[in-house]
Design a protein around this ligand. Structure first.
Ligand code: FMN
Ligand code: ADP
Ligand code: MG
Length: 148
């Protein structure tokens, strides 16, 4: 699928969300502040995307990002939350997160159970990993945006 707004480059400080990612889902998501969500193109399709992410001056890793309203939890505000596909030793609240959003995976859904949501997220991570291995996506890992 080609979305005309992509690639999308976003940068912001990692802030607190509702504390559900790690606890409920076993999948931490680094949440951007409200201003980042408000800066998005107004006609951007909500849903799950993949791309590249960098925390402070660290390496560039694969990521999945949910841009939307989390219908399972019925959030009142649009959120932009990135799961970096890497095991970090520590939390990084307050760090600067840069992401390059390259492709769309699926719309957000309201799943019948938490386990269904967890399974869908696991599948998203696998799909992201695969999509990011193609040449057209790998080149963005070395984009100037990620240079300090
Ligand atoms: C890859 C991925 C896919 C997601 N898909 C959905 C979804 O389909 N429906 C939904 O309600 N929330 C979805 N979420 C959002 C989770 O509900 C959200 O990450 C969780 O509520 C954590 O929020 P918190 O950071 O405020 O703790 C997804 C999150 C990720 C990382
Ligand atoms: N691989 C990772 N991807 C994203 N965040 C991570 C990761 N590993 C650790 N974290 C930390 O976990 C936090 C997110 O956890 P989460 O349960 O979603 O809490 P919150 O609701 O505050 O966003 C991030 O802000 C970050 O500090
Ligand atoms: Mg989070």
């Amino acid at each position: 699928m080609s979305l005309s707004q992509l690639p999308l480059f976003l940068k912001g400080q990692v802030v607190n969300g509702f504390g559900r990612g790690s606890k409920d889902l076993g999948c931490p998501t680094a949440n951007f502040p409200r201003e980042v969500a408000q800066s998005l193109p107004k006609d951007l399709k909500t849903g799950v995307y993949y791309g590249w992410a960098k925390v402070d001056s660290g390496p560039v890793y694969k990521m999945v990002v949910n841009i939307g309203w989390c219908p399972f939890y019925q959030n009142k505000e649009l959120s932009v939350e990135t799961h970096v596909i890497h095991n970090f030793d520590e939390d990084f609240y307050g760090s600067i997160l840069k992401i390059c959003v390259l492709g769309y995976l699926r719309p957000e859904k309201n799943f019948p159970s938490l386990n269904n949501l967890i399974s869908a997220i696991k599948q998203d991570i696998e799909d992201a990993k695969q999509n990011l291995d193609i040449k057209e996506n790998i080149i963005f890992r070395d984009h100037d945006f990620f240079k300090n």
